[in-house]
Design a binder for this molecule. Structure first.
Ligand code: FES
Length: 131
């Protein structure tokens, strides 16, 4: 039971290393703001809940956004893409295929590989600090 028809999570992760790939470096905050504004203009603000979130694990391909209940993962979303996402997905119920990750198995493999790399870096950093 969902209080909203859709729930969109937009990554706005800021990383300690400003050179590290992140959605914030690629305009995630502007995408978030554009999405909220466009949904308001379209009269869909009460149909779509928008939440900013931390890293979704696809940092080199941001800004990233996940839309539920379908679980559609959009990558490389730019402010210019937002009107199309609102009119197609949130108003029309049609996934914007050119921005969506269409292969769930490949997506999961990429996410797990990225997670593994991140944990390995964390472990190496802790070992370097003698922890
Ligand atoms: S910083 Fe957005 S997916 Fe990692």
């Amino acid at each position: 039971m969902e209080p909203f028809r859709y729930h969109a999570y937009v990554c706005t992760q800021v990383k300690p290393d400003p050179e590290a790939p992140s959605c914030s470096n690629r305009g995630g905050q502007k995408v978030l703001e554009a999405l909220r504004a466009e949904l308001g203009k379209a009269g869909l603000a009460e149909k779509v809940q928008v939440t900013n979130c931390g890293s979704l694990g696809l940092c080199t391909r941001g800004p990233n956004m996940v839309v539920y209940p379908e679980g559609v993962w959009y990558s490389g979303v730019q402010v210019e893409d937002v009107p199309e996402i609102v009119s197609e997905h949130f108003a029309g119920g049609r996934v914007v295929a050119r921005l969506a990750n269409q292969d769930p198995a490949a997506l999961k493999a990429e996410l797990l590989e990225n997670r593994h790399e991140a944990l390995a870096k964390l472990k190496a950093a802790q070992e370097a600090q003698g922890k």
